[in-house]
Design a protein around this ligand. Structure first.
Ligand code: GSH
Length: 215
């Protein structure tokens, strides 16, 4: 198996953390997003949506989307369990993962991609060129702030996001929180400073060996 990857981007980092939790490793092919390699004709053959990560299995099947990649790997190697051990647990993991993907990531992406030069005329990932819309910077900031507040609420009195143990939902949240922390200075946002439950969760998950190179 091999992973089409860009080591510094939040979504590939989710797969890195997942692989580390499972004790798995595989060949990695770097697609340099800063050089727009994801838009090349060769990479379009691999993923027409021009995004990383993509997992290529030994029979050449290609799987994009972190959720699909990690779910596939969980089925190949069920332990340690990261997607829940019964239907009710699995529903919680998928639900919280989806909430972080849908409510957490887009606000940050909106703020970042509509502001920095790297994303000029590429304000949304994918093969189609979209112009930046400056008004979306502030809206994205607000969405990010509200999402962090929601996570603070959810994590108050809990150790982990979805279950009473670490799961794939925590991996997705970790990627989002780290992205927010990297953006904080430039976007005048606070992430962990004034959110004690989120900060305690962050410290807890950061102790895991899989998280050492994640930030
Ligand atoms: N839904 C996808 C999202 C993948 C994604 O957005 N990847 C980003 C890197 S974090 C990307 O490839 N961006 C390419 C671009 O901005 O052109 C997943 O779960 O893997």
């Amino acid at each position: 198996m091999k992973l089409y990857d860009y080591a510094h981007a939040p979504n590939p980092k989710r797969v890195h953390m997942f692989l580390a939790e499972k004790g798995l490793d595989m060949e990695r092919v770097e697609i340099d997003l800063t050089k727009a390699e994801q838009l090349s004709a060769d990479y379009r053959e691999i993923n027409p949506l021009c995004q990383v990560p993509v997992l290529e299995t030994d029979d050449g099947t290609r799987i994009s989307e972190c959720l699909a990649i990690c779910h596939y790997l969980e089925e190949l190697q069920p332990q340690p369990n990261l997607f829940g051990g019964n239907p009710a647990e699995r529903a919680q993991v998928l639900m919280w993962n989806h909430i972080v993907e849908q409510e957490g990531m887009p606000g940050l992406a909106e703020a970042l991609r509509n502001r920095i030069n790297m994303f000029k005329d590429h304000a949304l990932p994918g093969p189609v060129s979209y112009a930046q819309i400056p008004e979306l910077i502030e809206r994205g900031r607000k969405r990010a702030k509200n999402f962090m507040g929601f996570m603070e609420q959810r994590l108050s009195g809990r150790e982990y996001l979805a279950l009473d143990r670490f799961t794939f939902a925590d991996i997705t949240l970790r990627a989002v929180v780290d992205m927010a922390a990297r953006m904080a200075g430039k976007f005048d946002m606070t992430v962990l400073e004034d959110r004690p439950a989120l900060a305690a969760w962050h410290a807890r998950v950061s102790e895991r060996p899989s998280m050492r190179n994640a930030a």
